[in-house]
Design a binder for this molecule. Structure first.
Ligand code: MG
Length: 389
Protein backbone atom coordinates (compact mmCIF):
# COMPACT_ATOMS: atom_id res chain seq x y z
CA UNK A 1 0.00 0.00 0.00
CA UNK A 2 1.37 3.43 -0.99
CA UNK A 3 1.31 6.29 1.51
CA UNK A 4 1.61 9.95 0.58
CA UNK A 5 2.12 12.88 2.91
CA UNK A 6 0.59 16.22 2.03
CA UNK A 7 2.39 18.78 4.19
CA UNK A 8 0.67 22.14 4.41
CA UNK A 9 3.23 24.96 4.53
CA UNK A 10 1.12 28.01 3.76
CA UNK A 11 0.63 29.72 7.13
CA UNK A 12 2.89 32.72 7.62
CA UNK A 13 4.61 33.66 10.82
CA UNK A 14 2.70 36.86 11.59
CA UNK A 15 2.26 35.86 15.24
CA UNK A 16 5.99 35.20 15.50
CA UNK A 17 7.34 38.63 14.68
CA UNK A 18 8.28 40.35 11.45
CA UNK A 19 8.49 37.31 9.17
CA UNK A 20 7.05 37.35 5.68
CA UNK A 21 7.77 33.72 4.85
CA UNK A 22 6.17 30.46 5.86
CA UNK A 23 6.73 29.56 9.51
CA UNK A 24 7.56 26.03 8.40
CA UNK A 25 10.92 27.42 7.27
CA UNK A 26 11.78 28.48 10.84
CA UNK A 27 14.71 26.44 12.16
CA UNK A 28 14.19 24.31 15.24
CA UNK A 29 17.63 23.41 16.61
CA UNK A 30 19.06 24.47 13.26
CA UNK A 31 16.77 22.31 11.10
CA UNK A 32 13.82 24.02 9.37
CA UNK A 33 10.46 22.74 10.64
CA UNK A 34 9.46 21.50 7.19
CA UNK A 35 12.70 19.52 6.83
CA UNK A 36 12.03 17.83 10.18
CA UNK A 37 8.57 16.87 8.94
CA UNK A 38 9.93 15.57 5.63
CA UNK A 39 12.53 13.49 7.42
CA UNK A 40 9.87 11.77 9.56
CA UNK A 41 7.60 11.00 6.61
CA UNK A 42 10.40 9.84 4.32
CA UNK A 43 11.78 7.55 7.02
CA UNK A 44 8.31 6.09 7.51
CA UNK A 45 8.16 5.35 3.79
CA UNK A 46 5.90 8.14 2.46
CA UNK A 47 6.16 10.13 -0.76
CA UNK A 48 5.85 13.80 0.13
CA UNK A 49 3.96 16.72 -1.37
CA UNK A 50 4.55 20.20 0.04
CA UNK A 51 1.77 22.73 -0.41
CA UNK A 52 3.39 26.18 -0.48
CA UNK A 53 2.71 29.76 -1.47
CA UNK A 54 4.21 30.71 -4.85
CA UNK A 55 6.13 33.57 -3.20
CA UNK A 56 7.96 31.05 -0.96
CA UNK A 57 8.97 28.67 -3.76
CA UNK A 58 12.60 29.80 -4.07
CA UNK A 59 13.13 29.48 -0.29
CA UNK A 60 11.63 25.99 -0.21
CA UNK A 61 13.75 24.86 -3.17
CA UNK A 62 16.82 26.21 -1.41
CA UNK A 63 15.97 24.40 1.85
CA UNK A 64 15.31 21.11 0.05
CA UNK A 65 18.65 21.37 -1.74
CA UNK A 66 20.57 22.28 1.41
CA UNK A 67 19.16 19.31 3.34
CA UNK A 68 19.21 16.80 0.47
CA UNK A 69 15.45 16.45 0.87
CA UNK A 70 13.02 15.45 -1.80
CA UNK A 71 9.39 16.52 -2.23
CA UNK A 72 6.93 17.59 -4.88
CA UNK A 73 6.00 21.28 -4.58
CA UNK A 74 2.39 22.31 -5.17
CA UNK A 75 0.88 25.78 -4.85
CA UNK A 76 -1.76 26.30 -2.18
CA UNK A 77 -5.26 27.71 -2.65
CA UNK A 78 -7.33 30.45 -1.02
CA UNK A 79 -7.59 28.66 2.34
CA UNK A 80 -6.32 25.55 4.07
CA UNK A 81 -9.05 23.37 2.66
CA UNK A 82 -8.33 24.47 -0.91
CA UNK A 83 -4.60 24.05 -0.29
CA UNK A 84 -4.98 20.47 0.91
CA UNK A 85 -7.18 19.75 -2.11
CA UNK A 86 -4.42 20.98 -4.45
CA UNK A 87 -2.02 18.64 -2.65
CA UNK A 88 -4.41 15.69 -3.02
CA UNK A 89 -4.83 16.41 -6.72
CA UNK A 90 -1.07 16.04 -7.17
CA UNK A 91 -1.23 12.37 -6.08
CA UNK A 92 -1.55 10.05 -9.04
CA UNK A 93 -2.09 6.78 -7.17
CA UNK A 94 -5.82 6.96 -6.38
CA UNK A 95 -5.66 3.80 -4.24
CA UNK A 96 -3.11 5.28 -1.87
CA UNK A 97 -3.51 6.39 1.72
CA UNK A 98 -2.75 10.03 2.40
CA UNK A 99 -1.47 11.71 5.56
CA UNK A 100 -2.36 15.39 5.85
CA UNK A 101 0.13 17.18 8.04
CA UNK A 102 0.58 20.68 9.31
CA UNK A 103 4.16 21.72 8.43
CA UNK A 104 4.30 23.80 11.62
CA UNK A 105 4.31 20.58 13.70
CA UNK A 106 7.99 19.67 13.41
CA UNK A 107 8.32 17.29 16.39
CA UNK A 108 6.74 14.21 14.80
CA UNK A 109 8.96 11.15 14.56
CA UNK A 110 9.21 8.37 11.97
CA UNK A 111 7.82 5.93 14.58
CA UNK A 112 4.79 8.13 15.27
CA UNK A 113 4.07 8.47 11.53
CA UNK A 114 4.44 4.70 11.12
CA UNK A 115 1.98 4.12 13.98
CA UNK A 116 -0.59 6.41 12.31
CA UNK A 117 -0.11 4.55 9.03
CA UNK A 118 -0.57 1.15 10.65
CA UNK A 119 -3.65 2.33 12.54
CA UNK A 120 -5.21 3.67 9.32
CA UNK A 121 -4.53 0.39 7.53
CA UNK A 122 -6.38 -1.45 10.28
CA UNK A 123 -9.24 1.00 10.89
CA UNK A 124 -9.66 2.95 7.64
CA UNK A 125 -8.58 6.30 9.10
CA UNK A 126 -6.26 7.61 11.80
CA UNK A 127 -6.61 10.93 13.57
CA UNK A 128 -4.11 11.37 16.41
CA UNK A 129 -5.75 12.83 19.49
CA UNK A 130 -4.84 13.48 23.11
CA UNK A 131 -7.41 13.61 25.92
CA UNK A 132 -8.04 17.05 27.41
CA UNK A 133 -6.59 16.98 30.93
CA UNK A 134 -7.01 20.64 31.94
CA UNK A 135 -10.25 21.72 33.57
CA UNK A 136 -12.29 23.62 31.01
CA UNK A 137 -14.11 26.91 31.62
CA UNK A 138 -16.58 28.64 29.40
CA UNK A 139 -16.76 32.37 29.84
CA UNK A 140 -19.82 34.22 28.50
CA UNK A 141 -20.03 37.97 29.23
CA UNK A 142 -17.95 37.52 32.37
CA UNK A 143 -20.02 34.56 33.58
CA UNK A 144 -17.65 31.61 34.11
CA UNK A 145 -18.93 28.04 34.03
CA UNK A 146 -16.96 24.79 34.31
CA UNK A 147 -17.47 22.48 31.35
CA UNK A 148 -17.04 18.74 31.59
CA UNK A 149 -13.92 17.51 29.82
CA UNK A 150 -15.21 13.96 29.68
CA UNK A 151 -14.77 12.49 26.22
CA UNK A 152 -13.00 15.59 24.94
CA UNK A 153 -9.86 15.29 22.84
CA UNK A 154 -7.48 17.66 21.07
CA UNK A 155 -6.70 16.45 17.57
CA UNK A 156 -3.33 16.73 15.88
CA UNK A 157 -1.81 15.92 12.53
CA UNK A 158 -0.86 13.86 10.56
CA UNK A 159 -4.40 12.71 9.85
CA UNK A 160 -4.48 9.63 7.66
CA UNK A 161 -7.27 8.62 5.25
CA UNK A 162 -7.81 6.63 2.10
CA UNK A 163 -7.35 9.16 -0.69
CA UNK A 164 -10.61 8.12 -2.34
CA UNK A 165 -12.55 8.57 0.91
CA UNK A 166 -11.06 12.00 1.49
CA UNK A 167 -11.86 13.09 -2.07
CA UNK A 168 -15.43 11.89 -1.49
CA UNK A 169 -15.56 14.03 1.67
CA UNK A 170 -14.26 17.01 -0.31
CA UNK A 171 -17.01 16.55 -2.88
CA UNK A 172 -19.61 16.73 -0.09
CA UNK A 173 -18.07 19.68 1.76
CA UNK A 174 -20.30 22.74 2.06
CA UNK A 175 -18.45 24.92 4.52
CA UNK A 176 -15.03 25.44 5.96
CA UNK A 177 -13.49 22.94 8.34
CA UNK A 178 -10.53 23.37 10.67
CA UNK A 179 -9.16 19.90 10.02
CA UNK A 180 -9.67 17.05 7.56
CA UNK A 181 -11.32 14.91 10.26
CA UNK A 182 -14.14 17.49 10.51
CA UNK A 183 -14.65 17.33 6.76
CA UNK A 184 -14.61 13.53 6.86
CA UNK A 185 -17.12 13.53 9.69
CA UNK A 186 -19.42 15.92 7.80
CA UNK A 187 -19.44 13.43 4.91
CA UNK A 188 -20.66 10.74 7.31
CA UNK A 189 -17.40 8.79 7.11
CA UNK A 190 -15.98 7.17 10.26
CA UNK A 191 -13.21 9.10 12.00
CA UNK A 192 -10.96 6.80 14.04
CA UNK A 193 -8.94 8.40 16.81
CA UNK A 194 -5.49 7.03 17.49
CA UNK A 195 -3.07 7.95 20.24
CA UNK A 196 -1.56 11.44 19.74
CA UNK A 197 1.90 12.53 20.77
CA UNK A 198 2.36 14.95 23.68
CA UNK A 199 5.45 16.53 22.06
CA UNK A 200 3.62 17.16 18.78
CA UNK A 201 3.44 20.92 19.38
CA UNK A 202 2.36 23.38 16.73
CA UNK A 203 4.52 26.44 16.16
CA UNK A 204 2.09 29.30 16.61
CA UNK A 205 3.72 31.81 18.95
CA UNK A 206 7.40 32.68 19.13
CA UNK A 207 7.75 30.82 22.46
CA UNK A 208 6.63 27.61 20.76
CA UNK A 209 9.99 27.48 18.97
CA UNK A 210 11.85 27.51 22.29
CA UNK A 211 9.46 24.81 23.57
CA UNK A 212 10.09 22.64 20.50
CA UNK A 213 13.83 23.08 20.95
CA UNK A 214 13.58 21.99 24.58
CA UNK A 215 11.52 18.96 23.58
CA UNK A 216 13.92 17.80 20.91
CA UNK A 217 16.51 15.33 22.06
CA UNK A 218 20.16 16.15 22.59
CA UNK A 219 23.35 14.16 22.42
CA UNK A 220 26.36 15.68 24.15
CA UNK A 221 29.76 15.40 22.50
CA UNK A 222 33.17 16.53 23.65
CA UNK A 223 36.16 17.42 21.52
CA UNK A 224 39.81 18.06 22.32
CA UNK A 225 42.34 20.37 20.66
CA UNK A 226 46.07 20.99 21.07
CA UNK A 227 48.30 23.59 19.45
CA UNK A 228 51.74 25.08 19.90
CA UNK A 229 53.60 27.97 18.30
CA UNK A 230 57.20 29.11 18.51
CA UNK A 231 58.21 32.55 19.84
CA UNK A 232 59.52 35.10 17.36
CA UNK A 233 60.88 38.58 18.08
CA UNK A 234 58.98 41.46 16.51
CA UNK A 235 55.55 39.81 16.48
CA UNK A 236 52.54 40.65 18.61
CA UNK A 237 51.61 38.12 21.28
CA UNK A 238 47.91 37.36 20.76
CA UNK A 239 46.26 34.84 23.09
CA UNK A 240 42.51 34.17 22.98
CA UNK A 241 42.12 37.28 20.85
CA UNK A 242 43.79 39.55 23.43
CA UNK A 243 47.11 41.31 22.80
CA UNK A 244 49.46 40.61 25.69
CA UNK A 245 52.32 43.15 25.97
CA UNK A 246 55.62 41.24 25.59
CA UNK A 247 58.90 41.57 23.72
CA UNK A 248 58.00 38.76 21.31
CA UNK A 249 55.01 37.04 19.82
CA UNK A 250 54.12 33.68 18.28
CA UNK A 251 55.14 32.73 14.77
CA UNK A 252 52.47 31.47 12.40
CA UNK A 253 50.60 31.97 9.14
CA UNK A 254 47.67 33.65 10.93
CA UNK A 255 48.11 35.66 14.13
CA UNK A 256 49.32 32.37 15.71
CA UNK A 257 46.79 32.49 18.55
CA UNK A 258 47.56 28.98 19.85
CA UNK A 259 44.75 28.77 22.45
CA UNK A 260 42.10 29.76 19.91
CA UNK A 261 43.54 27.26 17.42
CA UNK A 262 43.31 24.56 20.09
CA UNK A 263 39.74 25.60 20.85
CA UNK A 264 38.78 25.67 17.16
CA UNK A 265 40.11 22.13 16.86
CA UNK A 266 38.23 21.06 19.99
CA UNK A 267 34.97 22.33 18.49
CA UNK A 268 35.64 20.68 15.14
CA UNK A 269 36.55 17.52 17.04
CA UNK A 270 33.30 17.56 19.01
CA UNK A 271 31.35 18.01 15.78
CA UNK A 272 33.53 15.47 13.91
CA UNK A 273 34.04 18.03 11.17
CA UNK A 274 37.73 17.80 10.42
CA UNK A 275 40.42 20.09 11.81
CA UNK A 276 41.60 23.67 11.60
CA UNK A 277 44.23 22.83 8.97
CA UNK A 278 41.56 21.50 6.61
CA UNK A 279 39.31 24.48 7.19
CA UNK A 280 41.95 27.20 6.99
CA UNK A 281 45.06 25.88 5.20
CA UNK A 282 48.27 27.76 5.97
CA UNK A 283 48.98 27.76 2.23
CA UNK A 284 45.96 29.99 1.65
CA UNK A 285 46.90 33.67 1.33
CA UNK A 286 43.43 34.71 2.53
CA UNK A 287 44.37 33.57 6.00
CA UNK A 288 47.78 35.30 6.18
CA UNK A 289 47.90 37.40 9.35
CA UNK A 290 44.16 36.85 9.94
CA UNK A 291 42.77 37.19 13.45
CA UNK A 292 42.08 33.73 14.83
CA UNK A 293 38.96 35.21 16.45
CA UNK A 294 37.49 35.37 12.95
CA UNK A 295 38.41 31.74 12.26
CA UNK A 296 36.83 30.61 15.54
CA UNK A 297 33.75 32.71 14.86
CA UNK A 298 33.36 31.16 11.41
CA UNK A 299 33.48 27.64 12.84
CA UNK A 300 31.08 28.56 15.67
CA UNK A 301 28.60 30.05 13.19
CA UNK A 302 28.86 27.01 10.96
CA UNK A 303 28.08 24.71 13.90
CA UNK A 304 25.15 26.93 14.89
CA UNK A 305 23.80 26.70 11.33
CA UNK A 306 23.98 22.91 11.61
CA UNK A 307 21.96 22.97 14.82
CA UNK A 308 25.00 22.19 16.97
CA UNK A 309 24.91 24.21 20.20
CA UNK A 310 28.12 25.05 22.03
CA UNK A 311 27.69 24.13 25.68
CA UNK A 312 31.06 25.09 27.17
CA UNK A 313 34.75 25.46 26.45
CA UNK A 314 37.80 25.11 28.66
CA UNK A 315 41.22 26.31 27.51
CA UNK A 316 44.56 25.89 29.25
CA UNK A 317 47.53 27.95 28.05
CA UNK A 318 50.96 26.50 28.87
CA UNK A 319 53.30 29.45 29.15
CA UNK A 320 56.35 30.06 31.35
CA UNK A 321 56.37 33.81 30.70
CA UNK A 322 54.80 36.37 30.53
CA UNK A 323 52.30 36.17 33.39
CA UNK A 324 48.83 35.92 31.90
CA UNK A 325 46.62 36.39 34.97
CA UNK A 326 45.79 40.08 34.26
CA UNK A 327 44.45 39.18 30.81
CA UNK A 328 42.38 36.09 31.61
CA UNK A 329 39.04 37.91 32.00
CA UNK A 330 39.45 39.74 28.70
CA UNK A 331 40.39 36.42 27.03
CA UNK A 332 37.25 34.75 28.35
CA UNK A 333 35.06 37.63 27.17
CA UNK A 334 36.62 37.76 23.70
CA UNK A 335 36.41 33.99 23.28
CA UNK A 336 32.80 33.82 24.50
CA UNK A 337 31.81 36.57 22.13
CA UNK A 338 33.39 34.74 19.18
CA UNK A 339 31.54 31.56 20.17
CA UNK A 340 28.26 33.41 20.71
CA UNK A 341 27.85 32.02 24.25
CA UNK A 342 27.76 33.65 27.71
CA UNK A 343 31.16 34.31 29.32
CA UNK A 344 30.13 31.90 32.09
CA UNK A 345 30.40 29.06 29.56
CA UNK A 346 34.06 29.78 28.76
CA UNK A 347 37.02 29.04 30.98
CA UNK A 348 40.58 30.17 30.22
CA UNK A 349 43.42 29.05 32.49
CA UNK A 350 47.17 29.47 32.36
CA UNK A 351 49.93 27.32 33.77
CA UNK A 352 53.71 27.02 33.62
CA UNK A 353 55.70 23.79 33.36
CA UNK A 354 58.20 24.68 36.09
CA UNK A 355 60.82 25.44 33.40
CA UNK A 356 60.55 21.96 31.90
CA UNK A 357 60.05 21.27 28.21
CA UNK A 358 59.85 23.75 25.32
CA UNK A 359 57.31 25.94 27.05
CA UNK A 360 59.47 25.95 30.17
CA UNK A 361 62.55 26.92 28.14
CA UNK A 362 60.43 29.74 26.71
CA UNK A 363 60.78 28.55 23.13
CA UNK A 364 57.07 28.87 22.60
CA UNK A 365 53.57 28.49 23.99
CA UNK A 366 51.20 25.56 23.79
CA UNK A 367 47.49 25.36 24.51
CA UNK A 368 44.98 22.60 25.23
CA UNK A 369 41.23 22.93 24.89
CA UNK A 370 38.12 20.85 25.41
CA UNK A 371 34.69 21.84 24.19
CA UNK A 372 31.28 20.25 24.64
CA UNK A 373 28.47 20.63 22.15
CA UNK A 374 24.83 19.53 22.13
CA UNK A 375 23.68 17.86 18.93
CA UNK A 376 20.17 17.03 17.87
CA UNK A 377 20.23 13.30 16.95
CA UNK A 378 18.32 14.26 13.81
CA UNK A 379 21.42 16.08 12.64
CA UNK A 380 23.58 13.00 12.85
CA UNK A 381 20.89 11.02 11.09
CA UNK A 382 20.83 13.53 8.30
CA UNK A 383 24.58 13.18 7.97
CA UNK A 384 25.62 16.76 8.32
CA UNK A 385 28.59 16.85 6.03
CA UNK A 386 31.92 18.55 6.47
CA UNK A 387 31.42 21.80 4.61
CA UNK A 388 34.10 24.48 5.05
CA UNK A 389 31.96 27.36 3.79
MG1 MG B 1 48.16 26.92 15.25
Amino acid sequence: MAFYAVIVCGGDATRMGPMQTSKTLIPVNGVPAVIRCLHAFRKAGCECVLVIRPSDEALFRKALLAWHADAKLVYGGADRQASVKNGLDAIEDRDAFVLIHDGARPMITPAFVADCMQFALEHGSAVPAVPVTDTLKKCTDGDVKTVSREGLYRTQTPQCFRLQDLLKAYALADGSYTDEAALFEHAGLPVCLCRGMAENVKLTQREDIALAERLSQKIYRTGFGLDAHRFEKGRKLILCGVEVPYDRGLLGHSDADAPLHALTDALLGAAAMGDIGQWFPDTDERFRGISSVLLLKRVAQHLCGKGIRIVNADVTIVCQRPKLMPYIDAMRRTTAEALGVPTACVSVKATTTEHMGYEGREEGISAHAVATVAVDPLMTEMEAEHDPE
